[in-house]
Ligand binder design. Structure first.
Ligand code: SF4
Length: 363
């Protein structure tokens, strides 16, 4: 592979991994299902955040079958707070597909894995190599950074053609012996030594094989196209309570916070008035007409590609209060079991701790 000796690189990475790897719960198991759960969970989540979620998730759904037979609400509730909720729905769909197509056993072939809902080449390669010892590459952002430096790749690594080249490089490097450990070692090196801003090259086991290091350009790589600025979008939400029940709506299956239960409201046009926009949103989503009272809390939430900023208003129903399809009045006792937008759960807890009388006086 290029001018870097691949056997040296694999051998050194494996020796370093044996001595230094982090002890993580999914590394203590050979159960392909648990490895699949961990890989999906870590697609967009940091390791430290992911550990307690992983343990709760596999405790709640210990087998493919348990996950496949769970309800959407149970699965989303277990995922609540992790973000990128499409992953939870895909993992749920993958468990059902594994039960139907593969008798409940996670397939070992990367091509079969790749055909499961939400499983792309990275996850397929990771599960095939780590759980089954198949010689398949698994290239995440950490591995891309390491390989871009080791091979001094100057092109934009977000370009699909460059990513394909890096995957080919990785595929040629994966050894027959211990392919899963090799893949994990490459990613672990990127996560712990070869960091984005300040790679710790003097502690790196492949320092003398690294072309970028040799040429003193490691901090300038990898290159990516400038990320687009994240827009701030105004939002308004309604807290509507009646006889100690709270009005909730289920968010659509696609898009942000997909499938979670939410207070009514959402994004409003930039030029619109908060109160008028909120009345319209509540009517469209629930069929209820409301009077918008005082603002009770501010809302600020950052997604990967946009930021929400706005207010949560107390609202009072005007006229009939029966909620339409996709909306419900939820008893406070039911909230624990419902997958809720996490910052709405926090707001509801804060409002509950103030008590209805004092909350009503809040500006
Ligand atoms: S020598 Fe430095 S830049 Fe090269 S792989 Fe190691 S840590 Fe990364």
């Amino acid at each position: 592979v290029g001018d870097v000796a691949s056997t040296d690189l694999a051998g050194r990475l494996l020796a370093w991994f044996d001595a230094r790897h982090r002890d993580l719960p999914w590394r203590r198991t050979t159960d392909p299902y648990r490895i699949l759960v961990a890989e999906v969970l870590l697609q967009r989540t940091r390791v430290a955040t992911g550990v307690p979620y992983y343990e709760r998730f596999v405790g709640r759904f210990p087998t493919v079958e348990a996950l496949a037979r769970a309800s959407d609400v149970e699965v989303l509730r277990a995922w609540e707070g992790l973000g990128f909720y499409r992953r939870a729905r895909n993992l749920h769909a993958a468990a059902k597909a594994i039960l139907e197509r593969h008798g409940g056993a996670v397939p070992s072939d990367p091509a079969d894995l790749d055909r499961l809902p939400g499983i792309g080449p990275y996850t397929a390669g990771a599960v095939a190599s780590v759980a089954f010892g198949r010689r398949a590459p698994a290239v995440d952002g950490n591995a891309i950074r390491v390989l871009a430096r080791v091979y001094r790749i100057r092109e934009d690594v977000s370009a699909p053609s460059v990513q394909a080249r890096i995957r080919d490089l990785a595929a040629a490097l994966v050894p027959v012996d211990r392919p899963g450990d090799f893949n994990q070692a490459l990613m672990e090196l990127g996560a712990t030594v070869c960091g984005p801003a300040a790679p710790a090259c003097p502690s790196c086991p492949i320092e003398d094989l690294c072309v970028a290091r040799r040429e003193g350009v490691e901090r300038t790589l990898p290159r990516t196209a400038k990320p687009r600025a994240v827009p701030t979008v105004p939002v308004v939400f309604a807290y509507v309570e009646m006889r100690r029940r709270v009005l909730l709506v289920r968010r659509p299956d696609g898009g942000l916070l997909a499938g979670l239960w939410s207070l009514p409201g959402g994004e409003r046009p930039p030029a619109a008035d908060d109160r008028a926009a909120l009345r319209d949103l509540v009517r469209d989503q629930t069929g209820l007409r409301v009077r918008v009272e005082e603002a009770w809390a501010t809302v600020g939430h950052a997604f990967s590609h946009r930021r929400w900023a706005g207010s949560l208003y107390r609202c009072v129903p005007v006229g009939a209060a029966s909620a339409g399809p996709g909306a419900r009045w939820a008893d406070r006792g039911d909230l624990a079991d419902l997958p809720l937008v996490p910052f709405h759960r926090r707001a509801l807890a804060t409002l509950a701790s103030r008590g209805p009388a004092s909350a009503r006086r809040e500006p």
